[in-house]
Structures are given as C-alpha cells and as structure tokens.
Design a protein around this ligand. Structure first.
Ligand SMILES: Cc1cc2nc3c(=O)[nH]c(=O)nc-3n(C[C@H](O)[C@H](O)[C@H](O)COP(=O)(O)O)c2cc1C
Length: 366
C-alpha cells in the first residue's frame, strides 16, 4: 500500500493533475451540423473543471471520421476557433482539458459523410446493427477498405488534428483506440483482414495505432499525448480472437514512446485486466483505470498502486463537482440516460453543484 489518495497530485508527462479523479471522454451530441460547439459546451466543461483532468468527447479529426449526428469536429480552422472558447472557459475555471480524437471508420453512414461517401475501414467487413441519423435509424453499410497509401494519409490526419488541438488551447490529445472505431478496427482480428503492413500478425494489426501515436507525439510531444483502449469490449460489433495477445503486443510496442497516459477501459470480465495492462505498460506513462469505479474502489486502486488515476464517466454527468462530493462525502446524483445525447441544456448544464465554486476549494483543502 502507498499513502496516495484520489486527492494526491499527479504528473502525467507534461500534464500536472491536482487530483487523480479524471473525467472520461463522453459524447454528448451538442454540436451543430458542422461539428461546431458553442457557449453551452464551454459552460458544461467549465462546470467540471475541478477534475484532475478532463478528456473531451470524441472529436472527428477529418470529416470522413464523423460517426454520429451533432458530434463535434477538430478538422478545420472553424473547429479550432469554436474549441478555443471551451478551453479558455476551462482554464479560467482552473481546469485542464485534453481533446479526444475519434475516427468512427466503418461505424459511420453515408448521410454523415462528405458527398454521401462510403465509410472507410481496414477491410470491407459490414457491422451488424444500425446508426441513428436525422432520417431515422439506418442499417450499417459495408465499408470501403483503405488503400495502404490512404492508411498513411489517415495517420497524418490525426497528427494534423493534434496540431489543431494545441492551436485551440487544449492541454493535450488522447487517441481513441476503443469502442469499435477505426483504430480498434485495425487492432481486432474480426475487422482486419488486410495482407499489407497493417494486417495479419498482432504486430501488424497494432501498427496503425503505433504509427498514429508516433505521428501525434512528433506533432505535439509524447508528454501530452494519451491513448484509450477498451480490450474485450464488443461495442459496435467488434471482436478479437485473442485480446491478451493483441493488447500485450500493442502496449509492448508503445512503452518506449513514453506517452503521458494510457486510459484503459476494459470490458468487465475481459482477460486483459487492469493488473495485466498496468504491468505490461510499466514505465510507458501514467496508467488511468476506468469503467464502473465508485469512490471506494477508486481510492483502493490508487492506494494500492494499481492505477495512477481513476477515470469516472457517468458520475461526472450528474455531478459536475464530483471531486468535491468525494472530498466531503456528499451524496451523488444519478444521471438521466434520456438526455445523454438529446441536445440542448437539459441534462447537460443543469445538474447543480452542491456549493459555489469558492467554497468547494475550501472543502477540498480542509
Ligand atoms: C454518454 C456517454 C458517452 C460516451 N462517449 C464516449 C466517447 O466519446 N469516447 C470514449 O472514449 N468513451 C465514451 N464513453 C465511455 C466512457 O468514456 C467510459 O469509458 C464509460 O462510461 C465507463 O465509465 P463509467 O462506468 O465511469 O461511466 C461514453 C460513455 C457515456 C456514458
């Protein structure tokens, strides 16, 4: 056991976290049809600035990466300008925020893509299920396989978006390589049938994620670059024959890059556990553990050295002052799933904090 608590500061690369309570990336679908966010989103994140670190909802790095209606982008100068309003509000409130870059790959729909384009993927494997659009729910389509040259171009799109994130005032970037989106489509045996340098063995399936992180790190510095993985998570009809081999290979390849942090959000019961991941990633960067944590288990994980920080998702939706509630033992509000993606202020910025901001600080310091 260590003497560390959820309230111990943490240095994760260049990021200085005043506590170890991290806000998970959560899509909230409050952008306009061009992927632009406004003052409501600035208010939402500023309300949660007491987190040690906030990770934004997934932002598409290129218009071909958009996967859902009203999700925000980081694909051009207008997006940079829009996000600047958010990062300024967060910093004014004393917070830290990194941008999550998310390319949906095969999970998108032609209605969401430029010119009605077909979604792209490592291989033409059609996902079961459907996607919600303004024209109703539509069954997923068979994606188009990226050529080898196009794969390299997508890697560069991520690096360009990372540069935009810094221009927008973000403190860093997280690559979303989970939840069945494009990077996980490369990692997983069920969706990657390629025979070039990006498919086949675990090393080759990991190459896209490794090269993308290397490109982001070269663009903005490894010490403010993070990665999210979700081993074993079947979301978006993704499957892998051997997650232990896949993610073991990935983490071994990434360790020398020394990124700021790894966010691990495994499917509960997955063979690729936090304990295994933390051991394999040792020395590679700070280790953030997520999925289903409450305060007690988060505190235990931190004290025992099982994780450097704990990532909380749903608890942050209904409790903008989550760290203060943990510090004071205040009860937690429950989030209403009906408003997760509903648009508008309701269920977004109207969950109250228990105390005005200045009294929070006094409570945490006490
Ligand atoms: C409404 C909602 C939206 C989410 N959107 C994203 C997302 O954009 N990117 C991502 O990596 N994870 C996303 N997640 C998953 C969370 O980051 C987190 O891994 C998950 O909620 C488990 O943590 P929890 O049990 O503390 O909620 C989302 C979760 C929720 C509830």
């Amino acid at each position: 056991m260590t003497s560390l608590t959820l309230f111990s500061p943490l240095a994760a690369g260049r990021l200085q976290l005043p506590n170890r309570i991290v806000m998970a990336p959560m899509t909230r679908s409050r952008a306009d049809d061009d992927g632009l966010v406004g003052p409501l989103t600035a208010q939402y994140y500023a309300q949660r600035a007491g987190a040690g670190l906030m990770i934004t909802e997934g932002l598409f790095p290129d218009p071909m990466g958009k996967g859902y209606v009203r999700t925000p982008g980081l694909a051009d100068a207008r997006h940079v300008q829009a996000w600047r309003g958010v990062t300024q509000a967060v910093h004014a409130a004393g917070g830290r925020i990194v941008a999550q870059l998310m390319h949906a790959g095969r999970i998108s729909d032609p209605l969401l893509l430029p010119g009605g384009a077909t979604p792209v993927a490592p291989s033409p494997v059609r996902p079961h299920g459907s996607t919600y659009t303004d024209s109703g729910s539509r069954p997923h389509v068979t994606p188009r396989a990226l050529s080898t040259a196009e794969v390299r171009a997508v890697v560069e799109q991520f690096a360009a978006a990372a540069r935009r994130a810094i221009a927008a005032g973000f403190d860093g970037v997280e690559l979303h390589a989970g939840s069945g989106y494009l990077p996980m489509q490369f990692l997983s045996t069920g969706t990657n049938q390629r025979v070039d340098a990006y498919g086949g063995s675990a090393t080759k399936r990991a190459r896209f994620v490794v090269e993308t992180l290397e490109a982001i790190a070269a663009a903005i510095g490894a010490d403010r670059t993070g990665l999210k993985v979700t081993p074993g998570k079947p979301f978006n009809d993704i499957g892998d024959d051997d997650p232990v081999a896949t993610y073991g290979t990935l983490l071994a390849a990434l360790r020398p890059l020394r990124i700021a942090f790894l966010e691990m959000a495994p499917e509960p019961g997955s063979a690729f556990t936090h304990e295994l991941a933390h051991r394999l990633f040792d020395g590679g960067g700070a280790y953030f553990a997520g999925v289903g944590f409450d305060q007690r288990r988060g505190a235990e994980f931190t004290a025992s050295g099982c994780a450097d920080a704990i990532v909380y998702g749903q608890p942050f939706i209904a409790n903008p002052d989550l760290p203060q509630r943990f510090a004071t033992g205040a009860p937690l509000a429950q989030a209403d799933p009906a408003t997760f993606y509903a648009g508008g202020a309701r269920g977004y910025v109207d969950y109250p904090a228990l105390m005005p901001a200045r009294r929070h600080e006094a409570a945490v310091a006490a």
